[in-house]
Design a protein around this ligand. Structure first.
Ligand code: NAI
Length: 506
């Protein structure tokens, strides 16, 4: 296989540069590493060689392949050594002026047909290209850390980028074993933009006192299938990295409420409580292991009262079947008896509002999140309202834990934890499609590979039903009166035909 770019220069031999150098050499390209710190180049070359040795030990690469890869990875002492390259990938410090002057200098050295790309994750590709002689030969090529394992790359077209360049970069990404996704030059591109929903909504839930961060992590792992809860993720990424990204995207979108940062992370960052690397973030770490607070125990109840289910409950038939399976004494009257535990299952509305609107006794009313099918989750989530009696809360907790499934009880909120976070993720993803930043397929691919979500946001929206997601958002907008929950037009219009379909409109 002849690589599409045969001579590749990598500028900046840090964490990203060395990863890109590794996969480019593996694709058969001749690779030159260049850095203003010459020792960085030698260190990077050494690190990549060790990676290949390890792969050989594990039997994933032959000795012959490793020798070939090593021979193709070279050090460049001067920028002039890069003159014959047909692709230059920049992975230096994230500063606009420094990147701009680097590319201006490179243009003078390279052949006019050479393609120049930046690995920036937060700067505008168009802004970096401004002032270049050949902005049409320039694009974004955004890899993720660690590059050899994160097998997705965003190919970003700036305002003046020639689309044929993006196609060549996509084809070359495939030769390097990566999946390319194409995006317009917009803040956060696809992955860092789509990722806004998860952590920011989780922060809002904590700041409203609905549940603590450990409970939120448990709920999102067990109900949706996220590998890491949002606060575990914050601890791993560290707030000195993630909080500035949250702020940058918010300001770049001119204070769009959907991306609003939260004082919680600002304060923790100021205090230096940034994550696992310093031994304390949302969790404390002892010998690198998170100290997770114990779950509240299941209450022991002698006699569980009869249960009455609101006729307007989401997935009502499923909920009734579940109660039957749990051995509940189910009331079938038009209204609950005076001793009945009263169950509601709202989408987007809070339990308090439902109790008032349906004229139920709030002291006996408990909510359950039925957005997902019960059988699809490993945890049930109940919510009280401010008037719920503790005996009714405990009875509901004990009843839903009868089959051994985990149960969390949270305070009342418009939308439960999962509803809020999932609806926000689907809504932001829909809006990325609405803005034509990328295709629906590329969105789901980028998020699944770049953020390791259990499925793409649009596929998730389709699986749960766009109507349910819309109901959550409309009702939350009513409860909170906040523009951040307004549904994207894409979600509103696509509900009937599916979110993840390729659009056919011209
Ligand atoms: P790093 O700090 O590990 O490496 C940067 C390297 O560039 C250093 O070796 C430095 O000596 C060199 N350098 C700085 N200025 C230079 C110049 N003018 N000319 C030549 N070499 C120069 O940084 P890292 O993490 O590899 O990031 C590099 C770029 O990749 C940044 O733009 C960053 O935003 C982007 N990026 C980083 C990701 C990450 O997770 N670390 C993910 C995706 C993109």
């Amino acid at each position: 296989m002849t690589p599409i770019f045969q001579k590749v220069a990598i500028i900046g031999a840090g964490a990203m540069g060395r990863g890109i150098a590794q996969i480019a050499a593996q694709a058969g390209s001749q690779v030159w590493l260049y850095d203003t710190q010459p020792e960085a180049v030698a260190k990077a070359r050494d690190a990549v060689s060790k990676q290949w040795d390890k792969l050989q030990e594990k039997g994933r690469l032959t000795a012959e392949a490793v020798a070939g890869h090593k021979s193709r990875l070279q050090e460049a002492a001067h920028m002039e050594d890069l003159a014959g390259c047909d692709l230059v990938v920049e992975a230096i410090v994230e500063k606009l002026d420094i990147k701009k002057s680097l590319f201006s200098a490179l243009e003078k050295v390279l052949d006019p047909s050479a393609v120049l790309v930046t690995n920036t994750s937060s700067l505008s590709v168009t802004a970096i290209a401004a002032g270049l002689q050949r902005p049409e030969q320039f694009a974004g090529y955004h890899f993720f850390n660690p590059v050899p394992l994160m097998k997705v790359v965003e190919v970003i077209a700036g305002l003046k980028t020639n689309s044929a360049i993006c196609q060549r970069l996509s084809d070359f990404a495939r030769q390097m074993g990566h999946t390319p996704v194409q995006a317009l030059d917009t803040p956060g591109f696809i992955v860092n933009h789509a990722g806004r929903g998860y952590s920011t909504e989780a922060l809002r839930i904590v700041s409203e006192g609905i549940a603590d961060f450990a409970t939120i992590d448990r709920i999102l792992r067990d109900q949706v299938g996220f590998k890491l809860g949002p606060f575990e993720l914050f601890d791993l990424t560290a707030l000195d990295v993630s909080h500035p990204v949250i702020e940058a995207i918010y300001h770049q979108y001119y204070e769009e409420p959907r991306y609003r940062p939260n004082v919680i992370t600002a304060q923790r960052l100021a205090a230096g409580v940034v994550g696992k690397k310093v031994g304390e973030g949302f969790y404390k770490y002892v010998d690198g292991v998170a100290q997770v607070p114990a779950e509240p125990p299941t209450p022991v109840i002698e006699k569980i009262p009869p249960v009455w289910v609101s006729p307007r409950a989401a997935r009502r038939m499923e909920l009734l079947q579940l109660l039957k399976d749990l051995g509940a004494n189910i009331e079938t009257g038009a209204s609950p008896s005076p001793e009945a535990l009263t169950l509601v299952a709202p989408l987007g509305f809070d339990v308090t509002t439902v109790a008032v609107v349906e004229r139920l006794d709030p002291a006996r009313t408990v909510g359950i999140d039925m957005l997902f099918q019960d059988s699809a989750t490993r945890r049930r989530v109940l919510a009280t309202n401010p008037a719920t009696r503790s005996d009714m809360r405990d009875a509901a907790h004990a009843l839903f834990a009868r089959d051994g499934k985990a149960v969390s009880v949270i305070r009342d909120s418009g939308g439960f934890v999962t509803q809020r976070v999932v609806a926000t993720i689907v809504n932001i993803a829909s809006d990325i499609c609405q803005q034509r930043i990328c295709s629906p397929q590329d969105l789901d691919t980028a998020v699944t590979l770049g953020l390791a979500y259990p499925m793409g946001p649009l596929a998730m929206g389709d699986r749960l039903g766009p109507d349910s997601i819309l109901e959550v958002l409309f009702n939350m907008q009513t409860v909170y009166g906040d523009m951040r929950y307004r549904p994207s037009p894409w979600l509103r219009r696509r509900g009937a035909i599916g979110l993840s379909l390729m659009h056919t409109e011209a």
